[in-house]
Design a protein. Sequence first.
Length: 387
Amino acid sequence: MVVRLAAALWPIAFLVRPAISAGYVTANSTTPVQNNPNCTCYVVESGDDSQTPQYFQYYRFYDFRNLADKAGEYLKTPAIVDDWDEAPNLDVGQPSILKSDAWNKDWNIQNWSKNASEDFPVRMVNSPANVYLQQNNDTNDAFTYLTLRTTRGNGFQSAAEIENLQKNVMHTSMRVSARVVGDKGAVAGFFTFYDDENESDIEILTDDPTDVIRYTNQPSVDKSGDEVAAASLTKTKLPAWNEWQKHRIDWLDKNSYWYLNDKQVAANTYSVPRKSSYLVINMWSDGGSWSGNMTEDGSAEFQIQWIEMTFNTSGKVEGDTSPDPNSKRAAELLDKRKDEKCKVVCKIDGVKELGTPEVVSSSMATRVSLSWCAVAVIGLTSLWVGL
Ligand SMILES: *[C@@H]1O[C@H](CO)[C@@H](O)[C@H](O)[C@H]1NC(C)=O
Ligand SMILES: *[C@@H]1O[C@H](CO)[C@@H](O)[C@H](O)[C@H]1NC(C)=O
Ligand SMILES: *[C@@H]1O[C@H](CO)[C@@H](O)[C@H](O)[C@H]1NC(C)=O
Ligand SMILES: *[C@@H]1O[C@H](CO)[C@@H](O)[C@H](O)[C@H]1NC(C)=O
Ligand SMILES: *[C@@H]1O[C@H](CO)[C@@H](O)[C@H](O)[C@H]1NC(C)=O
Ligand SMILES: *[C@@H]1O[C@H](CO)[C@@H](O)[C@H](O)[C@H]1NC(C)=O
Ligand SMILES: *[C@@H]1O[C@H](CO)[C@@H](O)[C@H](O)[C@H]1NC(C)=O
Ligand SMILES: *[C@@H]1O[C@H](CO)[C@@H](O)[C@H](O)[C@H]1NC(C)=O
């Protein structure tokens, strides 16, 4: 069940245009609505009992649900990518949105490729043409979503990958509302990445039954090429991944926790990443034993309604302050928040409007701000002042 909410959410909200067709209810999207500018930190419940509060400094909500002017606007699926040489230079589905300044501020669409090898017998190229918007084909519920596609055409695999540009994330709780559809032999990935040994994954393999998801901290293979049993947790009897579900990774100091629709489904202490990382989302296949083979002319899609992340960084928050120098983000970039500490604690779960954090009760806020202050004093040099 898809809930459409009236919050046009930053920063993708820059892209959103007002709805025009009658009966097509959309967000008020003429203005980039800040999530909640009053929040100075965010709390989520996490941990083995799922009840330990974890605090983060930053918050982003990327909403792809309201990007159409009308129903029926984004129903066409682009043609299969079948020219290896052209693939890296093809255009995204909707350049006016997926190459806009607002998009480019936060995301990078990949076009790297890799040759076939013994272990991965199908050569693969990431093509921007596999990144496009689609729309629910129902005039009463014509929400849009971002699609990452992989196709097998003309003897090779074309894939899709996007990277978030906040590269120094150090611990996060990140979520995606997504489904995976299409042919067997593909992998949909939602993960934090620094290198092959600092990476925490959610992977959906279209070869798997729809109730199976893989939760992995890399490396999953040791130096001699053998599988590390503790690395990858295969969970079964989960809600079906070919329907819309909320997937979540909590990357904490010494623990990784994975959730599905707010229920913890996996936990690991093996190789919890220690390097600052960034969010990567991809859809791919290479004929290897993990992805399997897709049949010729096959195709599979990773479809995304929204992405939410709250996180800390290892240094200054990264990015570009234009075009809105007065925004909350600009303040973060300019580090104007260094004196604010964690005065106003907001929750991001169980809120009235998804993507709009809410200030938690004042008693809670007081209690938390006290403990945060203690932390802040210790952290002053490294965190807020050490620039
Ligand atoms: C939409 O946003 C504009 C600008 O913030 C505001 O003036 C207007 O009242 C809002 N409309 C609705 C229906 O919320
Ligand atoms: C932010 O705080 C101001 C001042 O207390 C209040 O008027 C406003 O409603 C708050 N905004 C939100 C989104 O909670
Ligand atoms: C995030 O940073 C704040 C301030 O340094 C710290 O108190 C908090 O514990 C950090 N959260 C996590 C999950 O590492
Ligand atoms: C959308 O729905 C209409 C009416 O059910 C149908 O005729 C049309 O083929 C559908 N289009 C797509 C792209 O699925
Ligand atoms: C990837 O795209 C960039 C432009 O965005 C282009 O300059 C580069 O040549 C492309 N890479 C390949 C391998 O074609
Ligand atoms: C793939 O192999 C070709 C021919 O050997 C070589 O020119 C090319 O650089 C290789 N590409 C990659 C991505 O390694
Ligand atoms: C993270 O990267 C460092 C340096 O590359 C490496 O020593 C370490 O084993 C990696 N993994 C973890 C979990 O620290
Ligand atoms: C995929 O197909 C190739 C032959 O095209 C084969 O060598 C390889 O073993 C297959 N991979 C899997 C996982 O079955």
